[in-house]
Structures are given as C-alpha cells and as structure tokens.
Design a protein around this ligand. Sequence first.
Ligand SMILES: [Cu+2]
Length: 311
Amino acid sequence: MAECRVFSLTPSEVKGKVLLAQAFPCDFEGSYEQDERVMLRTAAWRSRWVTALCLLAVGLVGCSPEHYPQTTLLPRGDFARIADHLLDTTVKWALLVFVLVEGVLVYAIFRFRGKPEDPEPHQTHGNTTVEIIWTVIPALILAAIAVPTVRAIFQTNATPGKDALTIEVVGHQWWWEFRYPEYNLTTANELHVPVDRTVSLRMGSADVIHSFWVPQFAAKRDVFANRETRLWFKAEVEGEYPAQCAEFCGIQHARMAYRIKAQRPEEFQAWVAHMQKCSCRKSLRARQGGGGWLPARMLLLDTPFEASTGN
Ligand SMILES: [Cu+2]
C-alpha cells in the first residue's frame, strides 16, 4: 500500500519532497530513505555532475597551450606579451567580480532562505549608500582596466625604431608574399625573422581583404588592397610557428596558411646569403619592373614608409 502511494507521486510532488528533505533532513529522515524515486533521481543528478566535472577536467587538460602552436596564450614575442598581459589583467578583474558577486548571491540564498512559517519580508526601496558603492566600485575597476588598455594601444601602434627589419607583406588569393627590401629577396608562405630584432611589417593585399595573424608573436591585422596597414613584433624564442590568414577570403581561405621561422641572427644571415645565391634571388619587386604583371594597386607598398597612411 505504501509502495502504491510512493509511486503515485507526480513529478512536482517528488520535487517538493526533495526540496523539503534537503531543507529539513531530520523531519524527512525516515521517508527520504524509503522513497526510491527520490533516491534514484538524486543518484542520477550526482552521476551527471560527476560526468560533467570529468568532461570539464578532460577539456581543460586538452586546452594546454603547449599542444596548440597557434594559441595566443603562449606569447613568444614582445607584441604578443603586451596583448597577453592585457588579457590576463582583464580576466583577473572579471574573475574577481564574478567570485564576489556570486559569493554574495550564494551566501544570501542560504543565509536568508525563507521558511514556510516566515512572515512577509520587510519591503524596502532604495539605499543611497549601497547605490554609491556599486557605482563607484565598477568605475574604479573600469579605470584600472582602461589604464593598461590605453597604454597597450599606444605601445602596439608605436613606430618601430630605425634598426627594425622592414618586411613587406602582400596577401594574395590564396598565399602570402614576403618581401625583404633590405636583402632584395622574396619568399612565399614562409616568413623568416631573426630573434631579438624587431620586424616592421608593411602590409597590403593584391586582391581581397586578408588578415595577417601570427598568434604567438602578434595580434592579427587586416590587409587591404587600397591602404597600407602596419604591424611590428620581435620574436624572442627561435622555432617554427604556424600562422594562418584570419579573414575569410574565398573558397581556398582555409589553405592560406604560412610559417614563421624565428632564427638566431647568424642563422638568419646564413639563410639570407643562401637565398641571395640561389636562382630565386630575383625578387618580385624586380619582376614588377621587368614584366609589370603585378596588379597596379600593389604599388602602394612602394611608397616611402613615412609617407604612407593608415595603420
Ligand atoms: Cu586570406
């Protein structure tokens, strides 16, 4: 008879029993243990939580930046470090706000939880002190984030020094051209840079909009056919880093990948010497003068660095 009564409960009744049993465990000590549906439901929720936590742990382990060379969370250059530091600062403030707000919320939920016999709570409206506090504190937090943000904007948009290695970057459907005016050579889809020397990129496009993105060295920056954009970075750790066009630029966009090779200065100079000796030493700039096959709009990169506009 008791079993019939137990299993005739509706879902809302079961939910109510669970809530009451959690709120008043002593009162429900006997019936809670005997209610198989409640126990099964509790076990199911527990198993879901365990599964979710396991999946979260696996996901977090899988997100290790060491295994993802295109991560932005493992900066290998000064430009990327500035952006990463700004991200860290913002996330720390966001975490602090989240923990404080949610902490107060959870505390209030349990500390002031209503009971069936409680009277109607006292009704209030407005509190000047509290409103001033929750206006001033967010303003201070925003100011604390704004200062490093503005500083990072100026730092990353600063003009590199004269000792920087200038490289002209031209996006094509669907490959990248890298010109080294200083060495009179050109490469395709492979950007060699010396470590500990700032490279100054002057960028344009031969056709549609592309986006130059070297995650571990710098942020991404779009390249256009009708204006020049600039970017600089200094590689600090030698190695080979994959990079990718970050702007959908046509059906072969996904294959518009390239590599950055950061080399020790002597290795870089050896590579330059090798490239200058080999048959491909004739740069595209030279071909542009001879054959004239490059689109006229690429000529924008032939303007003097100081005279160009845009950023
Ligand atoms: Cu592209």
